[in-house]
Design a protein around this ligand. Structure first.
Ligand code: 1CP
Length: 360
């Protein structure tokens, strides 16, 4: 496996990895969550030909749309085109992507007895081979232009979808499990965690150069629920992925945790082995820095809706953001994903502004 990695083209832009490790950079690295997506006409053209999960399962197509934003903008990272919901799919749950509605599970978990429906997490890895193939192909096609990010959903966020069956304003069904069935909740979270650790190690073997764990529904857990039902699993993922990668003789790669809406958890997350902590736009960068401490890299956090403003305003918002974060131990991003109705030229303005206002 170690030989396989060195077969990849040499990296010509390592700003993202340097910033993640706390090394100095010539410019602050920048990428955008959901940078591959419907705001790009070339993405919509491909999307019109395939079902969403067919795109994920076809390495050539996943690779093609992963590279689309890099062909337009001087981004410092690519993120593999896939979805966090491929893990519950591989655990045996059906997921459909409904146009205009998003992901839907036709038969969500309704009670602890449904846990028997799930496959053994040990078998999940083999079912996700298509993601590994997409990563390896994309590493080659990237030709070292920028590092490739692999990702997964965090256990609580995945659990929430498996129980709710779709996005939810309150997550009350999933939270009902936490209060009413804490033991079954832990069993489910453990199953997801076991599958996720194996899945992320597989992504590193396939060529991922940084891993991001999306805790997109952290906001629904206050500090107490987060402490019990999210933090231990986020810790296990980072510890075990790093230990297994080292045991395989592979190079350690940086890991990012992004607790969307989880401002209350920043201090605790700063004590885990993740090199990077992502923050959403509701958190002040100066406060985030105080909470996570000086030895972590921060990622974020422009309000995605700031991209609706004109490019001159985008430039001044970015300038202010970069001044607050500083140019060291910082990766610029939005505070959450882009929306389909955004103007690609405004992402161009965002990327350019980050590089301009952070050039030494
Ligand atoms: O460019 C990229 O960012 C890579 C691709 C990517 C990533 C990282 C996609 C493609 N999805 C994700 C992660 C993901 N998926 C998250 C974590 C990030 C976040 O918080 O947004 C989540 C929560 C999902 C689940 C999901 N998939 C949603 C949200 C549903 C809800 O209401 O809670 C949606 C709408 C999707 C569909 C999806 N995933 C990706 C794309 C491009 C799309 C749009 C689908 C389409 O084209 O029809």
């Amino acid at each position: 496996m170690a030989e396989k990695k060195s077969e990849f083209p040499a990296l010509k832009n390592d700003r993202l990895l340097r910033a993640a490790r706390g090394e100095s950079v010539d410019k602050v690295p920048v990428w955008a969550m959901r940078q591959a997506g419907r705001y790009l006409p070339e993405f919509r053209e491909v999307r019109a030909q395939y079902d969403f999960f067919t795109m994920c399962r076809t390495p050539e197509v996943a690779c093609q749309v992963t590279l689309q934003p890099l062909d337009r903008f001087p981004l410092d990272a690519a993120i593999i085109f896939s979805d966090i919901l491929v893990v519950p799919q591989a655990l045996g749950m059906e997921v459909q992507m409904k146009p205009g509605e998003g992901p839907v599970f036709p038969s969500p978990l309704s009670g602890p007895e449904d846990l028997d429906r799930l496959c053994n997490p040990k078998d999940v890895c083999a079912k996700l081979q298509y993601v590994y193939d997409a990563i390896t192909l994309t590493r080659h096609k990237l030709d070292g232009r920028a590092p490739l990010i692999g990702f997964c959903g965090a256990p609580w966020t995945i659990m929430a979808y498996m129980i709710e069956g779709k996005g939810s304003k309150t997550m009350s069904n999933a939270k009902c499990w936490l209060y009413r069935h804490p033991e079954a909740s832990h069993r489910l979270l453990k199953t997801i965690t076991d599958a996720t650790i194996a899945y992320l190690v597989g992504q590193v073997k396939a060529g991922a150069q940084l891993l991001q764990v999306f805790e997109s529904h952290a906001e629904h857990l206050g500090p107490n629920l987060f402490q019990e039902f999210a933090l231990p699993y986020l810790k296990r993922i980072c510890d075990e992925v790093k230990d297994q990668v080292a045991a395989l003789g592979l190079q350690d790669i940086p890991m990012t945790v992004f607790p969307k809406g989880g401002h209350f958890a920043l201090r605790e997350l700063g004590r885990l082995r993740y090199e990077v902590v992502g923050i959403d736009w509701t958190v002040d960068p100066i406060l985030a820095r105080q909470l996570v401490g000086p030895n972590k890299t921060l990622q974020g956090n422009l309000d995605p809706c700031a991209l609706y403003a004109d490019p001159i305003q985008i430039d001044s918002s970015v300038k202010e953001m970069v001044e607050k974060f500083g140019c060291e131990r910082y990766i610029a991003n939005l505070g959450h994903g882009m929306y389909p109705d955004m103007d690609p030229r405004h992402l161009a303005a965002f990327v350019e502004a980050v590089h301009t206002h952070s050039t030494k």
